[in-house]
Design a protein around this ligand. Structure first.
Ligand code: SF4
Length: 359
């Protein structure tokens, strides 16, 4: 140490630098330590200052009430716009073919989602089996139509949430959750008591009833609905839901009213807000321009929108032209242009880069 001090002193003399006393060095080291501490504190304060909405809802006792309300609906199920009226508690099945318990196909850190959901560790995706919309071209046909998955109770679902959080996923991404709101709420209560603290992403088809969404107020931080088609005839032909466009419009208004535009923190991770997905179908079947005009005029010009170009024929679509082909680059470019012309300013970047490279 003394030798090192001597060398530093000699170097200072050679280069004409001021020679530091022991006190000077002490002060400088202390200064550096204080600055480092401040930097670390700033980062920590930023990360820990976010609190998912469900924590407060639980603290104030409102989560229990919401669980009771949601569970009561199961005995004459009208959770979604299909309004089946079946008693799922006693084993009757409606359009979604799901009874009392949730069925899960898989769960994992998922890197295929939008960048603000993925971060460094992947979005904590839980793929629920079955669906209330059942599009004939579904990109997850085995899960949504064929029922691939395992029945689980609330404690197991809570364990899944916590396990994804322990893998450092920045959120729990509930994929196709509409028919399972009561089961998700029950699992959430257990998971919060065991330390869950990352936001929930409600990743739905957009075929959600406003009554059920109101139960989710104060629970969901990030809504990520699809807006699939504008034309009721297309919706009738592709998923037997001619009311889809009307339902989706109301659902998106309700979702945006609860959480607002998408907020992304300094680390690039979404914390709260609405993210809309729009899967392009061949021959303009999705009605992109109308959907984008609606988003800009009735939701927000700052709506975060992912125009998805990855459509491929799946399920029954192989036999239904024009659904039996993938998208052309021109179709994608026209859709992006339409979105811009209608006033959408926040388009998801990753897919655009991918497509431009492809072209
Ligand atoms: S959640 Fe299922 S059973 Fe209930 S109304 Fe919707 S489709 Fe029917």
């Amino acid at each position: 140490m003394q030798l090192a001090d001597a060398i530093i002193g000699a170097t200072a003399v050679v280069y004409g630098l001021p020679i530091l006393t022991r006190n000077d060095k002490h002060r400088i080291v202390k200064d550096i330590q204080i600055r480092k501490f401040r930097m670390v504190s700033r980062v920590r304060i930023h990360i820990t200052s976010f609190e998912p909405a469900y924590i407060k809802t639980h603290r104030t006792g409102r989560l229990k009430k919401k669980i009771a309300v949601a569970n009561a609906i199961l005995s004459e199920c009208r959770l979604c716009p299909r309004n089946c009226g079946v008693n799922r508690i006693s084993g009757e099945l409606g359009v979604c073919r799901t009874g009392k318990h949730a069925v899960v196909s898989s769960y994992d850190p998922h890197f295929g989602e939008e960048d603000p959901l993925v971060g460094r560790h992947g979005s904590g995706a839980v793929f629920f089996t079955n669906c209330n919309l059942l599009c004939i071209f579904c990109q997850n046909y085995d899960i949504s139509h064929m029922g691939e998955g395992h029945k689980i109770v609330s404690e197991e679902l809570a364990r899944i949430f916590l396990s994804l959080q322990s893998m450092k996923c920045p959120n729990i991404n509930l994929v196709t959750p509409t028919h399972l709101v009561p089961q998700i709420l029950s699992a959430l209560e257990i998971a919060i008591d065991k330390g869950l603290h990352v936001p929930l992403v409600y990743n739905s088809s957009g075929y959600d009833s406003c009554e059920t969404l109101k139960i989710l107020e104060g629970i969901i931080d990030i809504y990520m609905p699809d807006f699939k088609f504008w034309n009721p005839d297309v919706a009738k032909a592709l998923c037997n839901a001619p009311d889809y466009p009307k339902v989706a419009r109301e659902a998106l208004k309700q979702m945006h009213g609860q959480v607002g535009d998408l907020l992304i923190n300094k680390e690039g991770i979404a914390e709260r807000g609405l993210l809309v997905r729009h899967l392009l179908l061949p021959d303009g079947l999705s009605g992109t321009r109308d959907v984008m005009r609606f988003l800009a005029d009735n939701i927000s010009e700052k709506s975060y929108v992912n125009i998805m170009a990855q459509y491929r024929p799946c399920g029954l679509a192989y036999n239904v032209p024009p659904l039996n082909r993938t998208l052309t680059d021109d179709e994608y470019r026209d859709a992006v242009r339409a979105a811009r012309e209608e006033g959408i300013t926040r388009l998801d970047q990753r897919k655009r880069v991918f497509l431009l490279r492809k072209g």
